[in-house]
Design a protein around this ligand. Structure first.
Ligand SMILES: *Cc1c(COP(=O)(O)O)cnc(C)c1O
Length: 355
C-alpha cells in the first residue's frame, strides 16, 4: 500500500513568467519549459507532500543511483486547448497506469493516482497560458521518476523523485521518413524491459540509430531479437503496415510498448470500416507485399507526432520505395485523432479529459 501523507499540494508561484520571451512560431521540440514544475519525493517508504514550484535546476548527490544504474522511467502525453480556451488531455489514465507498470519492472514504487491527477491538473491550470489553441499545437507533458538514493551499491533505491515538466510544441508536419529494418541490433528481448518506458531503452537505441542516420535513414524498424524477422516498432513509435486496404500491426508483448496512440488508431480505423489485423508480421511478408505492389503505406504512431508516414525501407541492401497515394490512411487517421484531441469533433469513446 502506498501511504499518502497529505492531499494538498504545496505551491510556490513564480513571480514572473518567461512566456513573453518565447517565440511560439519557432519552437524546437523539448527545449522550452513552462513556468512551473511538479515534484513529489518518496522517502521512508512513502510519497511525501507534493509540491509545485518555479521551473528550475535542482541539485542532487553525484552518487544518486539514477546516474549509475539508470533506474528511471517516464511518460509522454499532451495537453490541447480548444477554441473556447478549455484545456484537454487525451486518455491520461492510460499514461498513469503505464508509468506504474514501467516502475514495477524497474523495482520502483507505485505512484498514487490521486497525486498524479491532482499534480497534473493543478500544474496545467497554473501554466495554461502555455497551451496554445490551434490544431496541432500542444503542450508536451513529461512525467518521470528517478532513483535519488546517494549510494552506489547496485540495488534498488530507497528514495525516488517523481516530477512533471511541460514543454510547448507546435503543430509539426513531418517529412516522410526512410527507415532501415534492423538485422543486427535489437531494441528489446523476451523477458526484458521493452514494454516499459524505461529511460535506458532510449539510450540503447541512440547508437544503432546514428549508424542508420549516417546512411540516410531517419529511423530503424526494430525486429525481434531472436530471428530479426518479426517487425516490431519503428524508432520510438509503434508501427502499422497497410497491405491493400487492411492495416496490420504487431501484438503488444514484453518487447513491444503498449502505445496509447496505437490502440486509439486501431479503434479509429475500425470505426472507419478499415479492417485491422493485430498479428505478427515478418520482413519476408513485407518485402513480398512491396514487390507485389500490395504494400500501400507504413506509418509509425506515438504521442509526439501522432502519425509519422514512412516513404521507404531498406533490408539486406534492398531498398523499397512506397508509392505516394491520395487519401492515405495515415492522413485520414491523423486528422481524426487531432479533431478528437482538440475538441473539434464528437468523442464517442470518452477519450478527452477536461483539465
Ligand atoms: C512511448 C513509446 C511509444 C508510443 O506510445 P504512445 O503512448 O502512443 O505515445 C511507442 N514505442 C515506444 C518504444 C515508446 O517508448
Amino acid at each position: 500500500m502506498t501511504k499518502l501523507i497529505s492531499h494538498e499540494i504545496d505551491i510556490v508561484k513564480s513571480e514572473t513568467s518567461k512566456i513573453n520571451a518565447v517565440d511560439f512560431d519557432n519552437l524546437t521540440f523539448g527545449r522550452t519549459f513552462t513556468d512551473h514544475m511538479f515534484i513529489c519525493d518518496y522517502e521512508n517508504g512513502a510519497w511525501q507532500t507534493p509540491r509545485i514550484i518555479p521551473y528550475q535546476p535542482m541539485t542532487m548527490d553525484p552518487s544518486a543511483r539514477v546516474f549509475h544504474y539508470g533506474q528511471a522511467v517516464f511518460e509522454g502525453m499532451k495537453a490541447y486547448k480548444d477554441a473556447d480556451g478549455k484545456v484537454w488531455m487525451f486518455r491520461p489514465e492510460d499514461n498513469f497506469n503505464r508509468i506504474n507498470k514501467s516502475s514495477a519492472r524497474l523495482a520502483m514504487p507505485e505512484f498514487p493516482k490521486e497525486y498524479f491527477f491532482k499534480g497534473l491538473t493543478t500544474l496545467l491550470q497554473m501554466d495554461s497560458d502555455w497551451v496554445k489553441p490551434g490544431k496541432g499545437n500542444s503542450l508536451y507533458v513529461r512525467p518521470f521518476i528517478i532513483a535519488t538514493d546517494p549510494a552506489i551499491s547496485a540495488s534498488p533505491s530507497n528514495n525516488y523523485r517523481f516530477m512533471i515538466i511541460c514543454s510547448p510544441a507546435k503543430a509539426y508536419y513531418t517529412d516522410k521518413i526512410k527507415v532501415l529494418v534492423a538485422e543486427k541490433f535489437s531494441r528489446s528481448a523476451n523477458g526484458g524491459v521493452g514494454f516499459a518506458k524505461a529511460a535506458g531503452n532510449y539510450a540503447a537505441q541512440f547508437y544503432p540509430t546514428s549508424l542508420a542516420q549516417k546512411r540516410g535513414f531517419q529511423q530503424i524498424i526494430w525486429t525481434d531479437a531472436d530471428t530479426h524477422e518479426k517487425l516490431e516498432e519503428a524508432g520510438t513509435m509503434n508501427v502499422f503496415f497497410r497491405i491493400n486496404d487492411k492495416l496490420v500491426t504487431a501484438p503488444v508483448s514484453d518487447r513491444i510498448l503498449d502505445g496509447v496512440t496505437r490502440k486509439s488508431i486501431i479503434q479509429l480505423a475500425q470505426d472507419n470500416g478499415i479492417e485491422v489485423e493485430v498479428r505478427p508480421i515478418t520482413v519476408t511478408e513485407l518485402k513480398n507485399a512491396a514487390k507485389a505492389g500490395s504494400l500501400k503505406e507504413i506509418f509509425g504512431t506515438g504521442t509526439a507526432a501522432v502519425i509519422s508516414p514512412i516513404s521507404a525501407f531498406e533490408h539486406a541492401e534492398e531498398l523499397f520505395e512506397l508509392p505516394n497515394i491520395d487519401n492515405s490512411y495515415a492522413d485520414t487517421l491523423k486528422d481524426t485523432m487531432l479533431n478528437i484531441q482538440h475538441n473539434l469533433t464528437e468523442d464517442k469513446h470518452g477519450w478527452r479529459y477536461g483539465v
